[in-house]
Ligand binder design. Structure first.
Ligand code: NDP
Ligand code: ZN
Length: 354
């Protein structure tokens, strides 16, 4: 079968691979619609270290092509939503900890592009199908479902880490697709003022749509100065979904005592995170600093889908580009890579695959 990915760091390519083998608990999926993520281009450029002959992609919905002998909940032909993180539920770690993102080590639950081929292929493999797949429910479009598998799940994880409460003043740093979803989650969780940080016009418009009360630009001066001035003392909760190590320091600075910094941003592995002791009240500020990777599994995605079914959020509003055809994958990856001013999230319909 064909897949689109990378020969090595910096070299995107079509790859020829065997159709994956289905274990007794697993499923093989034929993707019908996929999305490209900044994590795909991050890995392409070496952000996660050396990778060779790897099919990219980790955001898909599709049709079950094959199930293993022990799979009970799915049959060939079912239309399924595939979380980007598919934990090994037999791992003792995830049976005993609140996040399921690290089944057998750091981000090990992130198997597509993490430890095996991704979903930009004619077929892909899902481990432990009964625990890791969700049926597409009534009242949810495939496009909306596709936006739950990483963007909504990750953005909402930022909200969970921040423990946003009624009336909290929240800053969402970065309003790409992840930050936009975090923003919508903050609004659902009852935030008061929501200050969004970003510049690109479609992202700013979407931020207002999802509930931002204020927009600030990191190009117009230090964002910590801006937030401290606007809030007269700092925000209760700050979610980081964009920026660099300097942004992290700014986030700590703009968070008031007793507040929380919640990070879902990938920092480059070469960066150093740090801040002057005073920004943490010389250790006495009760300022929580948290960071986490997107949890996965069927139940989480069913909960995200339930929010859409109930009309609380429409994550498809972040889709800015729709491309038709498996052969359009290179164009979609290039779009994500070049981050044109109009881009929020590109998706590709595999409507030319039988
Ligand atoms: P985007 O690149 O689409 O968005 C980044 C946002 O950050 C943009 O709004 C951009 O502003 C803003 N930004 C850029 N530089 C700065 C800066 N110096 N200060 C403040 N804001 C800045 O990213 P995504 O939404 O796709 O992803 C966000 C992050 O989340 C990425 O690091 C991604 O790898 C990570 N991620 C994490 C996951 C997890 O599980 N933890 C899963 C998926 C993604 P502008 O409007 O000017 O472009
Ligand atoms: Zn992603």
């Amino acid at each position: 079968m064909k897949g689109y990915g990378m020969r090595c760091i910096g070299s995107p390519a079509w790859l020829e691979k065997d159709i994956p083998v289905c274990g007794p608990l697993d499923a093989i999926i034929q993707p019908t619609m996929v999305a490209v993520c900044s994590s795909d281009t991050h890995i392409l450029h070496g952000g996660f270290g050396e990778h060779k002959d790897l099919i990219l992609g980790h955001e898909a919905v599709g049709i079950v092509a094959e199930v293993g002998s022990m799979v009970r909940g799915f049959r060939p032909g079912d239309y399924v939503v595939v979380p980007c993180s598919t934990p090994d539920w037999l791992s003792p770690t995830i049976q005993s900890t609140p996040s399921n993102a690290h089944d057998r080590g750091l981000m090990q639950s992130f198997k597509f592009i993490g430890s095996k081929d991704g979903i930009f292929a004619e077929r892909f493999h899902v481990n432990q199908a009964d625990a890791n797949l969700a049926l597409l429910p009534d009242g949810v479009t495939p496009e909306q479902a596709l936006m739950t598998v990483d963007m909504m799940s990750t953005g909402y994880h930022g909200v969970e880490l921040a423990e946003i409460g009624f009336g909290d003043t929240v800053v969402v740093i970065g309003i790409g697709p992840v930050g936009l979803m975090a923003l919508s989650g903050a609004a659902i969780r009852g935030a008061g003022r929501i200050i969004a940080v970003g510049t690109r016009k479609p992202c700013v418009e979407a931020a207002v749509y999802y509930g931002a009360t204020d927009i600030i630009s990191y190009k117009a001066g230090d964002i910590a100065d801006q937030v401290l001035e606007m809030t007269k003392g700092g925000a209760d909760k700050v979610i980081i979904a964009g920026g660099s190590a300097e942004t992290f320091t700014q986030a700590v600075r703009m968070t008031r005592e007793m507040g929380t910094v919640a990070n879902v941003n990938f920092f480059d592995h070469s960066e150093t995170l740090g801040f002057p002791a005073m920004l943490w009240g010389v250790g006495m500020a009760n300022k929580d600093i948290r960071g986490g990777f997107c949890p996965g599994g069927a139940r989480r995605i069913q909960k995200m889908l339930a929010l859409i079914q109930a009309g609380r959020v429409d994550p498809a509003r972040i889709i800015s580009h729709k491309l038709h055809g498996f052969t359009k994958l290179p164009e979609a990856v290039e779009l994500m890579d070049s981050k044109s001013p109009e881009l929020i999230k590109p998706i590709v319909y595999f409507d030319d695959l039988a």
